[in-house]
Design a protein around this ligand. Structure first.
Ligand code: FAD
Length: 545
């Protein structure tokens, strides 16, 4: 303990008696996609400053149903957030002495209004949050900065979502890399030579700021934009459950989810993804201690479940990518050539890469292609029947259908299968990648604009470092390589149980089995919707033109 710390401790004790002072500054943490205490940049800064300035500290989070719908946020993800918040509230109070209030505000404008109207009146002098890089979020923040400035309130934002912040890894002429490999080399080199810090927030002592702003309410605050608020873990839980139910009904009314399907998906997600940072960190520790062995090879085999399954946590920020990187590099210490760990770190780099790309080109959020000319010159199909068959897993291509049914039932799809299904939609069916991108967001528990957009544009050959247009995955040979015994296929397509893998892996044999074979009357499964070889040639011609 340094002397200056001792002094400031003494000052703090003396100042503790002044906590009723109406002029005492008040700092506010706005949680967004960073629902954790560990390694949270803005939260750490808030605690440090509150402590050194003897300020009060509180935190808020907004449920924004209207905004979610316009962003195509999946029900599984909203439910995951709702399950996480009571845990966050509990650990914030217990460990950091900071109360959390959760509001239901329909959209971003209402959130900003609430901060101005409610908190500006309470002597708030600083609002802190971590950066979000999506276009609407940037506009929201810029508007808030201006409005807060009129009240002499600072809005401090911190880079937190990436391991290295956007714009920190650039080419020699200071522009964003177009290709992943050189980006990755520089990213890795930067991390190898620099020290990467993990942030640990310290409790705010003498924070007498317990829920000064609201009682749990249903409009009690008389602010039209709030439909409800809650501030104890128990009431946050109840509020979250109500919000999830309402959102489910809203998605059902809009025809986006069916009631049975969404209920199945929710119960799967709840069992597969226990909420909160303790669960997320535990999953990381187990993966690094054991699950990562052989990752370099088995990561491509869907039936093995050999990947970390951390994406749902990373997306809502119950674990930080930095923490994942730090833990992985610790495991590398005596073993720097370990292919499995190095490969996993490179996947974390892909996540950074797509966020850097988004921050560099915010127009992507309007679903504009990275290679816009290429995109505009393709005569994309908008065939609803083809699209519907793809969505429900009835294309007649076993690996594609198994993957889509897995997505619909669980809210998750393996990375290799995301590539196979996205390529099938955009190349074999030549359907506009934006339709697939949107459908994935509506279903995925880990739906994340930057990674999803990046993955879709990679598959459609319209993105940065995209698959060359002539390299089109054959979904039958992909099945043969990555699901050799058809174990994954048969898990999700029980109607194909009786067909051996060598038939499921060959389009012509499957076609024959489904039209003339001895079982054809007994198997309720469509013949392949397109002839892959012919569809491939059409796609190549469309791109070549
Ligand atoms: P692991 O293999 O354990 O990897 C660890 C972490 O690295 C992941 O959790 C993820 O954060 C990151 N990562 C891994 N691969 C990629 C990648 N290709 N691009 C970006 N980050 C990656 N990922 C999402 O998080 N949200 C999405 O909405 C999303 N949509 C995708 C859409 C398409 C068409 C494609 C091809 C990929 C998409 N991905 C998305 C990337 C990838 O499929 C998932 O991150 C991965 O399957 C998650 O499983 P995991 O956590 O077990 O991954």
């Amino acid at each position: 303990v340094r002397d200056s710390d001792k002094n400031s401790d003494r000052n703090r004790e003396e100042n503790a008696t002044t906590d009723t002072n109406p002029n005492q500054p008040h700092y506010l943490m706005w949680f967004r996609r960073d629902l954790r205490l560990h390694d949270n940049t803005a939260l750490t800064a808030l605690c440090e400053r509150a402590q050194s300035d003897n300020a009060k500290a509180s935190a808020l989070f907004f449920f924004t149903p209207e905004q979610w719908q316009s962003h195509d946020t999946s029900l599984a993800q909203v439910d995951h957030i709702a399950r996480t918040l009571p845990k966050l509230a509990q650990s914030l109070t217990k460990q950091l002495n900071i109360p959390l209030t959760v509001y239901v505000c329909e959209n971003f404008k209402d959130c900003n209004d609430l901060i101005i109207e409610t908190y500006a009146a309470q002597n708030i002098t600083q609002v802190m949050a971590n950066h979000e890089y999506e276009g609407h979020e940037i506009v929201r923040d810029e508007q808030l900065i201006k409005r807060l400035a009129q009240h002499n309130i600072e809005f401090l934002r911190f880079h937190d979502q990436c391991i290295l912040p956007p714009q920190s890894i650039t080419t020699n002429d200071d522009s964003m890399y177009q290709v992943f490999t050189p980006f990755y080399k520089k990213w890795r080199h930067t991390l190898d030579i620099g020290l990467i810090e993990s942030y640990q927030a310290q409790a705010v002592k003498d924070n007498k700021n317990s829920n000064q702003n609201t009682q749990d309410s249903n409009g009690l605050l008389e602010l039209t934009q709030i439909t409800a608020s809650a501030s104890s873990a128990e009431t946050i839980k109840t509020l979250g459950e109500k919000v999830v139910k309402d959102y489910q009904l809203c998605l059902q009314d809009a025809g986006i989810v069916g009631s049975n399907e969404s209920t199945t998906q929710l119960s799967h997600a709840r069992a597969a993804y226990p909420a909160g940072e303790v669960a997320a960190c535990h999953r990381l520790d187990q993966f690094i201690a054991d699950g990562i062995n052989n990752y370099n090879v088995s990561r491509d085999v869907p039936s093995l479940h050999a990947t970390s399954q951390l994406s749902a946590y990373l997306t809502i920020g119950t674990i930080s990518a930095r923490h994942c990187y730090i833990q992985a590099t610790k495991a590398l210490q005596d073993n720097s050539d370990n292919k499995d760990i190095n490969r996993w770190i490179s996947e974390l780099a892909w996540r950074d890469f797509y966020r850097h790309v988004l921050a560099d080109k915010p127009a992507l959020i309007r679903h504009q292609a990275y290679k816009d000319d290429m995109d505009k010159s393709i005569n994309w199909s908008y065939n609803q029947d083809d699209f519907d068959a793809w969505c429900v897993g009835q294309t007649g291509v076993p690996l594609v259908d198994a993957a889509m049914r897995c997505l619909n039932a669980t809210g998750f799809m393996h990375n290799r299968l995301r590539m196979v299904t996205a390529m099938f939609l955009t190349k074999d069916l030549l359907i506009d990648w934006r339709w697939g991108e949107r459908y994935f967001m509506q279903q995925l528990i880990d739906g994340d604009f930057a990674s999803n957009n990046g993955g879709w544009q990679w598959s459609a050959s319209t993105g940065t470092d995209a698959a060359p247009y002539f390299r089109i995955m054959n979904p039958f040979s992909q099945a043969k390589s990555h699901d050799p015994d058809a174990e994954f296929i048969k898990t999700w397509l029980p109607e194909l149980q009786e067909l051996p893998a060598n038939i499921l892996h060959a389009e012509d044999k499957l076609r024959a089995a489904l039209t003339t074979g001895s079982l054809f009357n007994l198997i309720d499964y469509p013949v392949p919707r397109v002839d892959h070889k012919a569809a491939r040639l059409l796609a190549i011609a469309a791109f070549k033109n």
